[in-house]
Write a protein that binds this ligand. Structure first.
Ligand SMILES: C[S@@+](CC[C@H](N)C(=O)[O-])C[C@H]1O[C@@H](n2cnc3c(N)ncnc32)[C@H](O)[C@@H]1O
Length: 220
């Protein structure tokens, strides 16, 4: 699943035709509980699920799956050059790092020539709107161009959650400057069947403004 709209890889085929996934080495970045790796393994691919959070990987372990789990920072990948055919990430790692080019260059390094990276994140335009599912989430409340990160702190002032904003143009430049060719930028539309409301996600907002941006990148 690429995002809250409900676009899944069966429908999107952004990693290529499903029958060609068999035997492919795939790196999932910011895997969380490794839902994507579990699906990839079921297609006959050979995923490796990577996350910086040990706790998330414990959930992955509990749910199960016959693929490796790796606890590491996406900005310092513990793999040899040219180890993977594909890399993917659904809302993982990239929105949470101050230097996304570090991550992208690392992914470029571990991909084989011709390899593909597909990653999704919150559509940058959402940054300008309150994260509310109702009509209040439809009025601009801040500058789209303000790159100040969103930070939550605990009572002792330590950052416990940080999300970084980049404009759409920033993201394109990050991809290109890291050596990738951008071949598609998918903005899934909110489908009629999806009536779910979750956090700032809702059919109301989804029908009017994009919520997810999916970047399809090739390492030539
Ligand atoms: C919003 S969750 C997405 C999880 C999963 N991809 C999904 O679709 O449910 C973001 C994940 O990125 C991980 N993450 C954040 N920064 C990271 C980093 N620098 N390296 C690796 N993983 C990171 C978090 O631990 C978290 O599991």
């Amino acid at each position: 699943m690429w995002g809250p709209e409900g676009l899944d890889e069966v429908e999107a085929e952004l990693l290529g035709p499903p029958e060609e996934l068999k035997g492919r080495d795939v790196l999932e970045l910011g895997a969380g509980a490794a839902q994507c790796s579990r699906w990839l393994a079921a297609q006959g691919a050979r995923p490796v699920a990577l996350d910086i959070s040990h706790r998330q990987l414990q959930h992955a372990l509990r749910i199960g799956g016959a693929f490796p789990l790796v606890c590491a920072d996406a900005g310092a990948l513990p793999f040899a050059d040219a180890s993977f055919d594909l890399a993917c990430s659904a809302y993982g790692a990239l929105p949470f790092v101050a230097d996304p080019r570090l991550v992208l260059r690392e992914v470029h390094r571990v991909l084989r020539p011709g390899g593909r990276l597909v990653f999704s994140l919150t559509h940058p335009v959402r940054w300008a709107f309150p994260d509310e599912p109702g009509p209040e989430g439809l009025s601009v409340s801040g500058s789209y161009f303000d790159r100040t990160p969103y930070v939550e702190q605990d009572e002792s002032g330590h950052a416990v959650y940080v999300e970084h904003h980049r404009t759409l143009g920033d993201r394109v430049r990050d991809v290109v400057a890291s050596g990738f060719r951008l071949v598609d930028l998918v903005e899934p539309e909110w489908p009629a069947w999806n009536t779910a409301e979750w956090g700032g996600w809702s059919p109301l907002r989804g029908s009017l403004i994009p919520g997810t941006a999916i970047f399809v990148c090739v390492r030539d």
